[in-house]
Design a protein around this ligand. Structure first.
Ligand SMILES: [Zn+2]
Ligand SMILES: [Zn+2]
Length: 377
């Protein structure tokens, strides 16, 4: 081929892949195009820095793949299609066209959530990322269809964040292909800014917090609302939730790079259910019926604050046992009241809560608790 460019090379792959797939895999000319020529052309025509980006093309390992691909990886983020974020050209298995996709590796999701839920979580993560990055209208394609039932293809479909489809009968000019790629590269770089030096795993964990029923400390109002909502849906508490010690949770790194201890709504809802939706300081304390849960409204408060996790390196503090159910007034009081009002309250709560805490391995003295609440200072 003379005057090679991206357009002519992609056209060549689309026109010949299904036929070439019938011939031996080794030393194939088309395979060489995808693995060598296209990456070289991309470095050259897109003016990409080889130190910054790795470009890899694949037609399968040992056997022809149903979906050949060419990925562009920012080395600071990832160098593999199974982890992190990258740009990728994906050919439809019937060779009727190809996609340019900002995509994400699937391994984290299947490992963390299992195969089935993992797919859903990857799509949720993609939709959260779309809401955080301004998606150029051209790339407003939310779903891709590679016309294949193979795991890899399904992984790409679920991992798709944004991108564009090129039908084989309407492949644009080379200059448009180049322009599109550069534009999507900008979105890729915006995503990198959002990562803010976190690994893809850390970033996923952070953006999926709410979807996983978890909230950080700076989200107090949303946290209490979510607990109230959840306690209205879930009828019975699971006693196993608060009877044995559990190791400390993995910390979450927020957008500012701070380490935070995530709080699980389900633990707090179990605590409210355990208390029968009555204030644990005084069951007679007045409250009102919550519109969303239809229960008397109460709030969840961690008796040993989760910010004290450094003092408890081996146990999880986010346990129903360590969460007290308080009327809104007592909750404000325990945080903002004068010491003379709080000291008896904390002493009484300690007597109530300590046997529960021991069961889940949280060993704390009354003096330590007083210190946590700043009593006598
Ligand atoms: Zn509180
Ligand atoms: Zn109260």
């Amino acid at each position: 081929m003379n005057n090679k460019n991206l357009e002519s090379t992609f056209r060549y792959v689309l026109n010949n892949y299904l036929t070439e797939k019938q011939s031996p895999f080794k030393k194939n000319e088309l395979s060489r195009e995808v693995r060598k020529e296209i990456p070289n052309l991309m470095y050259e025509q897109l003016n990409l820095d080889q130190k910054k980006y790795t470009i890899t093309g694949s037609v399968g390992k040992g056997n022809w793949a149903t979906v050949p691909w060419i990925g562009c990886f920012d080395r600071a983020i990832t160098s593999s299609a199974t982890r992190g974020y990258y740009l990728v050209y994906l050919f439809k298995s019937d060779m009727s066209g190809f996609y340019l996709s900002l995509n994400q590796g699937y391994t984290y999701f299947s490992k963390e959530y299992g195969a089935k839920l993992g797919k859903e979580k990857a799509r949720t993560a993609a939709s959260i990322m779309r809401s955080k990055i301004n998606v150029p209208s051209k790339f407003n394609l939310k779903k891709i269809d590679l016309a294949s039932q193979k795991d890899l293809a399904i992984g790409y479909e679920n991992g798709h964040i944004m991108g564009i489809y090129y039908d084989m009968n309407a492949i644009p000019d080379n200059s448009v292909l180049i322009h599109d790629f550069s534009l999507l590269l900008e979105s890729y770089q915006k995503l990198k800014t959002l990562l803010n030096d976190r690994s893809a795993e850390e970033f996923n964990r952070y953006i999926l917090l709410k979807d996983d029923n978890e909230y950080l400390e700076n989200n107090e109002i949303e946290y209490q609302q979510a607990i109230d909502r959840y306690s209205g849906i879930v009828k019975e508490e699971d006693p196993s939730l608060h009877e044995v010690p559990r190791p400390r949770k993995q910390l979450v790194i927020d957008e500012g790079g701070r380490q935070k201890y995530p709080r699980d709504v389900r633990e707090a809802a179990a605590a409210l259910t355990r208390a029968g939706h009555q204030c644990e300081v005084g069951s007679e304390h007045a409250t009102f019926i919550s519109k969303s849960s239809r229960h008397p409204y109460c709030e969840a408060h961690h008796f040993v604050g989760i910010s004290r996790y450094d003092d408890f390196p081996d146990v999880d503090l986010d346990r129903a046992a360590n969460i007290i159910c308080l009327c809104a007034n007592c909750h404000r009081k325990i945080h903002y009241g004068v010491d003379e009002d709080r000291v008896d309250m904390i002493k009484e709560l300690y007597e109530l809560v300590n046997p529960r805490l021991e069961k889940v391995g949280i060993q704390v003295t009354l003096n330590q608790v007083k210190e946590y609440y700043g009593i006598g200072k």
